[in-house]
Design a protein around this ligand. Structure first.
Ligand code: ADP
Ligand code: MG
Length: 342
């Protein structure tokens, strides 16, 4: 009898690494394969195309008890367009593949596609194609996004250097706060369907969870500010996990400051209600779809006046030290806690 190894022994990243090992590299125009927000392929002198794909499963990535299908469609596009924006490229098209069980009506799928259509309009991307299948159970959505850029504009995760400033767009932790609120209201509703949830006080965090916006504005804004980030990625798994990616690929360490993390007051209120530190939301929450990037110290003045860009810390020399300075002055190691699939 041979003994079989459970997937959980490797974890998601270990599994991907193992499965994708020893693949032939046979096209010099493929500039980046696996490991960044998107793959990068040179299409003509100085021009590249970028590609990113994601799979969303009912019951794993979304719960249709509280996610309206229109929002789900919008979000499925946002998360992929976000990966293209994270390369500093411009998305121009998507493919959408779905598998649905007989439980779904045509009207329900129309709603899903209304959301997809709205996202295409907002992001200026075209629906290029896809695939449709039945499923035994539930809904599966896979979106692939296609983008392009000048080769010299592409920003990888690997370019950060010691002393570079670490910056984040918008605010972080809100999407996770929204998820907790939605989960709680669902539990209340399941107990007593007559209780109408009071969700007005949570409008911002719920919108962040249900209908995230990809930061497609940043590529243009970087150009306007005269800034070229040295490294960049999107915040899909939380600041902790993303810092680990940036540091591992750039060969640096990092120090960030809890007091500097951009956290919305509504996120702070939810964190208090759940007796969890808002810093934990920001570090490990995920699904913010903001951009985290690094810039040379000398560019500090150029971003200082930008209200929705926050400097949260800086890159350091020792790759083993990825740390956060708490308000108390205590220095803690940041654990990489990405979304655990296995
Ligand atoms: P993201 O969080 O940005 O969606 P992932 O963590 O899903 O990225 O994936 C990490 C990297 O591994 C990406 O470059 C992705 O394209 C690649 N990847 C993930 N799953 C597979 C797979 N089954 N086969 C080949 N490449 C994969
Ligand atoms: Mg990404």
């Amino acid at each position: 009898m041979s003994s079989l190894t459970p997937v959980s022994s490797l974890g998601e990243f270990g599994l991907i690494e193992r499965l994708t090992r020893n693949f032939p590299e046979q096209n010099p125009d493929v500039l980046r394969r696996i490991g960044d927000d998107a793959a990068v392929v040179r299409t003509s002198e100085g021009e590249v195309q970028v590609f990113s794909t994601d799979l969303l499963l009912e019951g794993v990535h979304f719960d249709l008890a509280y996610v309206p299908l229109r929002h789900l469609g919008y979000k499925a596009v946002s998360v992929n367009v976000s990966d293209i924006a994270a390369m500093n490229a411009r998305a121009y098209g998507i493919t959408v593949s779905i598998a649905v069980s007989s439980r779904f009506s045509i009207e329900a799928l129309d709603e899903l596609y209304k959301g997809i259509r709205q996202a295409c309009k907002n992001y200026g991307v075209e629906l290029l194609g896809g695939d449709t299948s039945s499923s035994r159970q539930g809904m599966v959505i896979s979106v692939t996004a296609f983008g392009k850029a000048a080769e010299s504009d592409i920003i990888y995760r690997s370019g950060a250097r010691e002393k570079d400033l670490i910056c984040v767009t918008g605010d972080v932790g809100a999407a996770y706060a929204g998820l907790l609120v939605l989960d709680r209201e669902k539990a209340v509703y399941l107990k007593n369907a007559n209780v109408q949830p009071d969700l007005d006080t949570y409008d911002y965090v719920m919108a962040r969870q249900l209908k995230p916006e990809a930061r497609v504005d940043m590529a243009v804004r970087f150009a306007e500010m005269g800034i070229r980030p040295t490294a960049m990625m999107d915040v899909s798994d939380g600041i902790a996990s993303e810092l680990h990616h940036l540091c591992r690929q750039s060969g640096t360490g990092a120090t960030i400051y809890a007091a500097k993390l951009p956290i919305d007051p509504q996120t702070v209120s939810v964190a208090e209600e759940f007796s969890i530190s808002p810093v934990t939301f920001a570090l490990n929450g995920g699904e913010d779809y903001e951009l985290i990037f690094t810039i040379p110290l000398s560019d500090f003045e150029k971003i200082q006046t930008q209200t929705d860009i926050t400097v949260i810390g800086h890159m350091t020399a020792d790759p083993k030290l990825i740390q956060i300075v708490m308000d108390s002055g205590e220095v803690l190691d940041i654990q990489a806690q990405g979304f655990r699939h296995f």
